[in-house]
Structures are given as structure tokens and as C-alpha cells.
Design a protein around this ligand. Structure first.
Ligand SMILES: [Zn+2]
Length: 117
């Protein structure tokens, strides 16, 4: 369960190992492409806010729940036609307020999706 060092991607400019773009410090990158995608996402949510919507959450934990998990819960609560579906290994939870609109599955995502197929 180890990754050989030579397989870790490196920055083509400075040679430093690449890291994920996480909201864990002040280095999160919101470039032109990110901002455009964020605007498309906001528009999509606005257009669909009263329609049948499935908020499908795959493997989202509690590191930064304010990014995906809490907004999904809030938008599900605000739209009676929305469904919140969560596949999570060990933490498939939702608030009681949206229990009737939720499907929470405890399990390995790959296995659950294969079983659904
Ligand atoms: Zn670099």
C-alpha cells in the first residue's frame, strides 16, 4: 500500500511534488476555469431549485462538510421534490429533517454501484 516516489506527479516548473487542491489552507486555487465552473454550478442549481433533483453524494466525509454535504442537506430540505442519496463507508448519515427524502447507504462505493447496476 505504498506509492513509489517516482510515480508522484511533479510540478513541471519547480519540480516540487504536486498536492491536491484542498481547502485546507490559504493555497486553494480559484483560477478562471474554477470560477467559470462555479458559475455554471450556481446557475444549474438556481434553474433546478424547484424541480426533481437528486443530490448524489459519494464518499464525502466531515473534513469540509460545508462544501458539499451541508449545502446538499439544505437544498434537499428546501425542495420537497429533491432526494439526497449518500453512499459512505461508515458515515452514511442525514439530518432527521430530510430523512424521508434521503437514501443513505453504508458501504464501499464501487461495490454499491456495481450492485445497483
Ligand atoms: Zn512549481
Amino acid at each position: 500500500m505504498r506509492i513509489p516516489s517516482e510515480l508522484v506527479p511533479k510540478c513541471p516548473k519547480c519540480g516540487q511534488p504536486l498536492t491536491m487542491n484542498l481547502r485546507s489552507d490559504d493555497k486553494f486555487v480559484e483560477d478562471e476555469g474554477w470560477l467559470a465552473a462555479a458559475a455554471r454550478y450556481e446557475n444549474f442549481l438556481k434553474e433546478k431549485q424547484d424541480e426533481n433533483v437528486l443530490f448524489l453524494e459519494l464518499g464525502v466525509g466531515y473534513n469540509t462538510p460545508s462544501i458539499i454535504k451541508y449545502p446538499f442537506w439544505r437544498m434537499t430540505a428546501q425542495n420537497p421534490r429533491a432526494t439526497y442519496a449518500c453512499i459512505n463507508f461508515g458515515e452514511p448519515l442525514c439530518p432527521t429533517e430530510i430523512e424521508r427524502q434521503s437514501i443513505c447507504i453504508d458501504g464501499d462505493i464501487g461495490r454499491v454501484l456495481r450492485d445497483l447496476k
